[in-house]
Design a protein around this ligand. Sequence first.
Ligand SMILES: C[C@@](CO)(OP(=O)(O)O)[C@H](O)COP(=O)(O)OP(=O)(O)OC[C@H]1O[C@@H](n2ccc(N)nc2=O)[C@H](O)[C@@H]1O
Ligand SMILES: Nc1ncnc2c1ncn2[C@@H]1O[C@H](COP(=O)(O)OP(=O)(O)O)[C@@H](O)[C@H]1O
Length: 296
Amino acid sequence: MDITVTVNKDWWPSPAKLNLFLHILGRYDNGYHKLQSLFQMLDYGDKLAFDINHTGTIAMSTPLKGVKDEDNLIIRAAKLLAAQTKTKLGAHISLEKCLPMGGGIGGGSSNAATTLVALNALWGTRLSVHQLADIGLQLGADVPIFVRGETSFAEGVGEQITPAPQPEQWFLVANPNVHISTGEIFTAQELTRNTPSMDWADYKFEETRNDCQQLVVNRYPEVAKLLQWLVHYAPSRMTGTGACVFAPFSDESLANDVQGKLPSSWQSFVAKGVNRSPLLEKLEKYNSVNATSDTN
Ligand SMILES: C[C@@](CO)(OP(=O)(O)O)[C@H](O)COP(=O)(O)OP(=O)(O)OC[C@H]1O[C@@H](n2ccc(N)nc2=O)[C@H](O)[C@@H]1O
Ligand SMILES: Nc1ncnc2c1ncn2[C@@H]1O[C@H](COP(=O)(O)OP(=O)(O)O)[C@@H](O)[C@H]1O
């Protein structure tokens, strides 16, 4: 019999990211690409809650449409953490999904990272951030950056991370309603793979680009249309390997104004760029409450 012993309806944030730029420098022997990118954390995303049990069962309480539980990065992350730590505890996991899937805003990777960080705290398995990031890398190139939770420059396949605090900005993020697989873009023959390595100190948004954008624009007319619309209002760019596009604004109300004009066929959100992800804030709060109750 599966008895849930701890009911924890606390929501743990699972934020989105934007790649403010994405340069492809080359390709490794294993087929993965050598990148340079700036990962901007947002204050907007999905939410996860964990009901801990003593039977070791790991399952979704809210299955994700179109993704089998065994393929869900949340379940895969929880199982890897359980195997590595040999914990006898399990979890029933609820997901409130609002990030579009396959949008280049990292929803799946972020869900995996939130699962690793939250369960490490709730199970009391005490792995270091470094160990959690290593587990995360087995699930996807972007998971370590979400585990660390800081706006950062990334290189290698995305696992070499240097925190890079950015001035406060607001972003309008719009979804052209197409799903683009990362694998499709990285296997395309015509993808540019020869951008020279850049010194982080020289970073300027307008001197960078997304090397996947031209290819995606050629293959997906909806992305081209959305970019053409948005660029009238602000410098606009695609994130990751697509499909979402974004425009930065110095002020929330400016972003809201442009969002108000966006044709309703395109879904969108306005989010604040943050240097520390809401997941880190939540973990800090959880740890401080627990440290207090430990001493009581
Ligand atoms: C390029 C980025 C930028 O954020 O694109 P988005 O996925 O966000 O759009 C990511 O690093 C993607 O990371 P992630 O989505 O976790 O990729 P993975 O699951 O590790 O890999 C998916 C597929 O993309 C290719 N891949 C991924 C990362 C990389 N540096 N080089 C690659 O060639 C591989 O062929 C792999 O089979
Ligand atoms: N928890 C999850 N959330 C979103 N996608 C997931 C999840 N688990 C597995 N996936 C799979 O990962 C794919 C990429 O999802 P996502 O991370 O949202 O896109 P991207 O990497 O483009 O930002 C999805 O199409 C889906 O098949």
